[in-house]
Design a protein around this ligand. Sequence first.
Ligand code: SF4
Length: 345
Amino acid sequence: MEKKYAGIAAPLLRWFAQNKRDLPWRQDKEPYHVWISEIMLQQTRIEAVMKYYARFMEALPDVQSLSAVADDTLLKLWEGLGYYSRARNLKKAAQAIMTDYGGVFPDNYEALRRLAGIGDYTAGAIASICFGERVPAVDGNVLRVLSRLTGSRDNVLLPETKKAVTADLRAVMPEQAGDFNEALMELGETVCLPNGFPLCGECPLREQCTAYRQNLTAELPVRIKKQKRRREDKTVLLLIADDGDIALEKRPDSGLLSGMYQLPNIEGFLEEAALRETLTSRDLRPSEIVFLRETKHVFTHIDWFMRGWRVRVHHKPEGFLWVSPRELQENYALPTAFRKLLKES
Ligand code: SF4
């Protein structure tokens, strides 16, 4: 079976040899330099990193000085870069290099990966660039290039996509692993630009690129953010009339549980006094109000927290559908979220 990224190494390496930018941390492939620059680049653009990098190296030129720096000094040096935990992890990792490795930078992916703040990408970058280990270094730039290259619609924000790309890339890593990884990153940063405006005319992979050929560069890569869960609090009413009928309402025709029946409910948690007031305003004069219990119901992106109350009323005002418990059982689909409260009544 043909390897997924077969044939990209040679044109990439040729392109990189002619086009690579002259960046300070590239001059000597010193692991300390590559490490600090990679951590800084995780949150800031290259142009901005230059000045932070120079300031940092002047104050802390090696692992030893970083391991011994006072926290305040370190945080001051990191000021403007944000994500201060990254600076703290740098110091932690430097201390581990001093104590566990005698001050010598670990020279392989596995050992690097165990240091504080060094993830798959950074370990791959240092191991390949500084020690020639044939391991991939996959970041957002690389994922963008490769998704477009193959026309992949896999969501690049999912860890499984990154894992699959890493495995496929591993199969085509050339001898010059560091240059290959840097070339891919550089191509993503300078040519295969995000937001649908890549400079395909300058790209060494143009001939092989699916997105270019099929005009898909604006659609790829696919980035679907996981939706945040939302919490909704509800006061739910089990309204029971003197004849035993129970009040239902119909939910709106669109949205969650659309068109289904529900127990009447009010947004938020109401205490008994406020609840009594609300009921009176809706022409429901309660003869009894009893708190039942609190339940939680989990939907795909919403959690309902419900406090249920049993409310007995003498008459049945309009605006509700009044049904007997038997009718409710046989003819009305009441969502589970509400059935839980019925059981308690
Ligand atoms: S041809 Fe265009 S879209 Fe394809 S990898 Fe190159 S720059 Fe990206």
